[in-house]
Design a protein around this ligand. Structure first.
Ligand SMILES: Cc1cc2nc3c(=O)[nH]c(=O)nc-3n(C[C@H](O)[C@H](O)[C@H](O)COP(=O)(O)OP(=O)(O)OC[C@H]3O[C@@H](n4cnc5c(N)ncnc54)[C@H](O)[C@@H]3O)c2cc1C
Ligand SMILES: NC(=O)c1ccc[n+]([C@@H]2O[C@H](COP(=O)([O-])OP(=O)(O)OC[C@H]3O[C@@H](n4cnc5c(N)ncnc54)[C@H](O)[C@@H]3O)[C@@H](O)[C@H]2O)c1
Length: 475
């Protein structure tokens, strides 16, 4: 039986980081992937195709908007096929980074097939070959959650795994679930001409976001699609090409007809059929439970990425992968820290999230917090670009240490990155005031928040008193 230092099961964002990191540091690594290509969900059915689709849709939207502004005439509906071709092109270009050749050149043994844990150190591939590893890293990701709605399976639906194969935008599209997948894709389909309805079980969208950010983005999204909140979908019936959806909202039963359904109702971990329970790994709601070292209760088995149910983002999987390389390969006990993990929802306008919301900061720090807000209307570049919808919020403690930062606005994901750096490096909000921001950039909004901190200090602290005395004396 072939022996390895590390066996990685799953060749997505998390697994590839562990495999490449461990191999480049000299460990003997086996990587098992059930699909014919590496890259996982992010590359094939997630971040990459969705962002290519979003950009194509944004271009179509901007074309109509700009034409109207300039009194030009643009007619018709953009063909969805062009966008889907772009999606394929993006995948194939980025696929080269994750090519099998690249990983083989790092000395990694690649196995195509399904991994199954025979023991706490042995993995069987496709019930044929068995290999042994000192450490095993689970990086098997997640898949769409399919809620038990009567008739849904029979009526058929799209998920993130099938939506990028669609050739023509459905006329009436129902999106079940108003999380990031649903919202990003709903807006894109709307921009290709679909009449989109989002049905959400909760009373709002963006439930993890700061409460002042949510109404701003919701108001913008409502201009392009219809939202139904507090909905319980009872059944779906297919009649010829139509899907009849019966649902309850505010105690009232209603029926609506759609041409297609997109399911974006959360994720399920890929832990079934892996033999985890048999070797004693503890699961919670199907996710592999890990400690702060990303180790399961079985000391030889670690878990990174979506499968451990912590932060379901590519950059979080990558960060966790690096922690596991240290812990599983070198035995240096490094703890995983999520305090500085930001995320962005790529709706238009975008929503950026880092750290505590104002409500969470109040819960943990009481009244000893400061909140600095800048409306994008007060930032010249947003005004001159006519993109003056949005808000920045930075939440600090009394001393100016950044606890959280949140923003909604055009390309917020890009211009907010500076604050992630500041927070991660332990810089205080006031430090940003000394950073020169070229005029007129969108990023200058962060400097404006930092300037507020100093203004508050100057006008409320000991400085004005000293200054007053000094000026009197000086005269
Ligand atoms: C539509 C969509 C958009 C998204 N957009 C973003 C975004 O913009 N930014 C962001 O940060 N995140 C985004 N995400 C989330 C991101 O895709 C995931 O968090 C990320 O892919 C998780 O990486 P992973 O390595 O845990 O899992 P994956 O990338 O899913 O990789 C798991 C791999 O394991 C393989 N596998 C599973 N079981 C086995 C087995 N038994 N044996 C062998 N191989 C197996 C799978 O085939 C897969 O290749 C998006 C997700 C979706 C669905
Ligand atoms: N931009 C990004 O970084 C990005 C983009 C897409 C996805 N992701 C990642 O993927 C994860 C999964 O995204 P998601 O949108 O599928 O999941 P989600 O869990 O974030 O949201 C699912 C939504 O569906 C609702 N829902 C569930 N069942 C329902 C039902 N039967 N009827 C009506 N509503 C229902 C839930 O209340 C929830 O609001 C995200 O949490 C995120 O970590 C990230």
């Amino acid at each position: 039986m072939k022996k390895y230092d590390v066996i990685v099961i799953g060749g997505g964002a998390g697994g590839l980081t562990v495999a490449a990191g461990a191999a480049s540091l000299g460990a003997k690594v086996a990587l098992i992937e059930k699909n014919s290509e590496l890259g996982g969900d992010c590359l094939h059915y997630g971040c990459v195709p969705s962002k290519a689709f979003i950009t194509a849709a944004k271009e179509v939207h901007e074309t109509f908007k700009s034409a109207k502004k300039f009194g030009l005439k643009v007619e018709g509906t953009a063909p969805l096929e062009h966008a889907m071709n772009r999606v394929k092109e993006a995948i194939s270009i980025i696929q080269e980074h994750d090519s099998k050749e690249r990983f083989k050149q790092l000395g990694i043994d690649l196995f195509e097939g399904k991994g199954y844990l025979k023991t706490t150190t042995q993995v069987q591939i496709n019930k044929e070959k068995t290999i042994e590893g000192k450490r095993i890293v689970l990086a098997t990701g997640s898949r769409p959650n399919i809620p038990p709605i009567d008739g849904l399976l029979e009526a058929g639906f799209l998920t993130n795994e099938t939506l990028f194969e669609v050739k023509k935008a459905p006329k009436r599209l129902l999106v079940i679930g108003g999380g990031p997948i649903g919202l990003e894709m709903a807006q894109s389909f709307a921009r290709f001409g679909s009449e989109v309805t989002i049905m959400e079980g909760n009373s709002t969208i963006f439930s993890k976001e700061d409460e002042e950010i949510v109404p701003i983005v919701l108001t913008e999204l409502q201009k392009e699609m219809t939202f139904r909140f507090n909905v319980s979908i009872k059944k779906v019936e297919k009649k010829e090409n139509e899907k009849i959806v019966t649902f309850e909202q505010n105690g009232k039963i209603e029926e609506l007809i759609f041409d297609e359904i997109l399911l974006s109702a959360g994720r399920k971990p890929n832990t079934d059929g892996l033999g985890l329970e048999e070797v004693g790994v503890t699961l919670k709601h199907g996710y592999a439970v890990v400690n702060e070292y990303l180790q399961t209760n079985v000391p030889t088995i670690y878990a990174v990425g979506d499968v451990n149910g912590q932060f379901q983002f590519t950059h979080a999987a990558g960060m966790e992968g690096k922690v596991v390389v240290r812990n599983a390969v070198f035995g240096i006990k490094g703890k995983v820290k999520y305090d500085h993990v930001p995320w962005v929802t790529y709706t238009d306008p975008e929503v950026f999230h880092l750290g505590l919301t104002e409500r969470e900061a109040k819960e943990t720090h009481g009244d000893n917090i400061r909140v600095f807000k800048v409306d994008v209307k007060n930032v010249d570049r947003f005004v001159s670009d006519r993109d003056a919808v949005g808000l920045l919020k930075v939440i600090t403690n009394e001393k100016g240490t950044i606890l959280g930062a949140h923003a909604v606005g055009k390309n917020a994901g890009d211009w907010m990155q500076e604050i992630t750096f500041a927070k991660a490096q332990g810089h205080k909000i006031g430090d940003i005031s000394n950073v020169i921001h070229p005029y007129p950039t969108h990023g200058a909004i962060i400097q404006q928040a930092a300037d507020q901190y100093w203004r508050e200090k100057l006008f409320n602290g000991w400085v004005p008193k000293v200054a007053e005395t000094y000026i009197k004396w000086f005269r």
